[in-house]
Write a protein that binds this ligand. Sequence first.
Ligand code: ATP
Length: 235
Amino acid sequence: MKALELLAVDAYYGQSHILHGVSLEVKEGELVALLGRNGAGKTTTLRTAMGLLPPRRGRVVVLGREATHAPPHRIALWGVGYVPEGRRVFPYLTTEENLRLSTGKRPGPFDLKRVYNLFPKLEERRHHLGRQLSGGEQEMLAIARALLLNPRLLLLDEPSQGLAPLVVRHVAEVLKELRQEGVSILLAEQNAHLALSLADRVYVLDDGRVVHAGPATELREDPERVRALTGVRRR
Ligand code: ATP
């Protein structure tokens, strides 16, 4: 079974046509990278997969279920964790209160103890308010919160954004571990180097269209091509 399928998806914000016939898939147990320059449509693609922006044309299938017009809370309960850009932690709840909002919704290996094990910093900061956490700690909190849902599919929007290299490495290790446990992952990243080091396969978006699809190894060995596909556009 596939964890996620987007089939010829067109998505709009109002009149603005953002995604043009986007088709992609994440097989069960795969880690797939979604690359592309600023504004290429990565966030929009994840929002469409999560039911936050229903497509105007095309279909979304999540974990074998028709998701094209399903609301986000239903998709989440099927086992889809979403780590949005900007983390969206509750600033006036403590770390632990933020986490407790996600516990007990779906059975599985991830509980508070397990996520504190993965992210010891969060346990140290369990009584701190969300707004008192550093960017790195907020990212860990956002990932931990998604894991507490015991997801079978995890959608991550630029988890490395604004993080110190050491934290990025830690997040990368956690993603590897999750993949080994069979969690399917779609990772949107501007940091192509990081994403390619983790991914099995990769899609590159540009102007809301898939302009490249293939195994990650191919691009790992061709930094020039990566730059051409995802670099700053020269006008
Ligand atoms: P970034 O790394 O900047 O988040 P991205 O690849 O995730 O880039 P999207 O955020 O999906 O790109 O944006 C795709 C396009 O949609 C951009 O041209 C952006 O300006 C436009 N866009 C995003 N959000 C909205 C919105 N709410 N209303 C109208 N246009 C939007």
